[in-house]
Design a protein around this ligand. Sequence first.
Ligand code: MRU
Length: 473
Amino acid sequence: MKIIVGKRVKNLPSLWYGPKRVCFIDQRLLPGRFAIYEARTVRSVAFAIREMVVRGAPAIGAAAAYGMALAQELGQDLQKAALTIRATRPTAHDLFYAVDLMLAAASEGKSVAQAAADFVERTVEQCRRIGEHGARLIETGAGILTHCNAGALATVEYGTALAPIRMAHNLGKKIFVFVDETRPRLQGARLTAWELLNEGIPHAVIADNAAGHFMARGEVDMVIVGADRITASGDFANKIGTYEKAVLAKENGIPFYVAAPTSTFDPCTRDGRGIPIEERSEDEVHMVGRTRITPQGALAWNPAFDITPARRYRAMFLEPFGILASGPPDDAKLAALLPGARELLEELSRTGLHIGLIADCDSRQLDRMLRRLGIDSFFDSRTNAREIGAAGPDQRIFRSALRKAGCEPRQAIFVGSSMEPGIQGARAAGMTTVFLDAGMSRVELEGADFVASSPARLVKILVELAYTGVPAD
Ligand code: MRU
């Protein structure tokens, strides 16, 4: 990212690795002071995450990966390092995703430093692509509101919400950014404004309470925010205050977008109710800088994040899928899914995953899409549907299909849309099961490993499985 310190212009990521240290731009000090914080132990990496030397979901994912690399380089126990890092901040999924990825690399005898470098490179590339996709939706003259800091500081490079803004500006589109100050840690006022200033992007910091005023006056054309955790249902957690901005945007007919890389997506959490919300010190609310603004004895509450339900936003830029519209899928939306999904599915085929598919008429559309994507679907939904339905919880039909496909149960995913007994049978055969609840079925399904609320979300779950491997029984 471009950084201007005095008269000098630098180009630096928000954090980097090695040798035997993790270096961070110290975000606690910006914009007043520019300094680098060096962590030479896993404990000081954990300190940097907890105390917000580094913050923003993808950036703390990168910090976690580098922390694990440091542990290996120092010859330390990786499981202990994982515990220390996991105990820092609970909400952003990226942190847990990165730790798991590094443990998996180590268990395969790989260099964790290399795995961390690959992970960070992939995240940076995904952010770049969020910029490309998102910039297409930004018209010249647009007023764009953003909350917190979802820029390069929060992601290593480019940003998530700020990536389309950077890209649109670089394409010569005349835009104006409304920067929510974002009490209590002031990430918008301190960090987003600093990044925009360095890039020469026109903006104004506004008090959090002013967003509705500017929306109602027609000055805001779109809202883009980042995310800390996106669930299977599409509900997502982001900085406290995001939810009310989404409600205000809906009230004023303003499109609201959320942007994130793969590591933010948590398909194992069904919806927003399952996201742990970090409670930070009440002093962050009592104090502004060194000045206490509340009377001694007053209580303060300080949830760091809130949940925005899937129905409250128009679309998600989730890499590597491109733009995913929320709401029920149709052919156009599925088509929008294709470019990103194809790469993902290449990755799927490298992992040796197969997908057994069975469906009613709704997921025949899904079947078509998966075939177009070249997914190995070894149940034909048209011919096998009745057979599977009749087989019920009997696992024999699955075992014989797996044998024919030359596929281990652990390599296979069964997707069912309304046939609970089929899912039970597939599970008994040792397959991973996904229940596709696209609104067609009202079956209250017990026992599926994952629930997808639309075909679009199903593809995301499959992709996530490809990255993290089929979970153990
Ligand atoms: O508490 P923070 O500053 O880590 O919270 C950060 C946010 O809420 C960001 O909006 C989110 O992590 C997305 S960053 C690309």
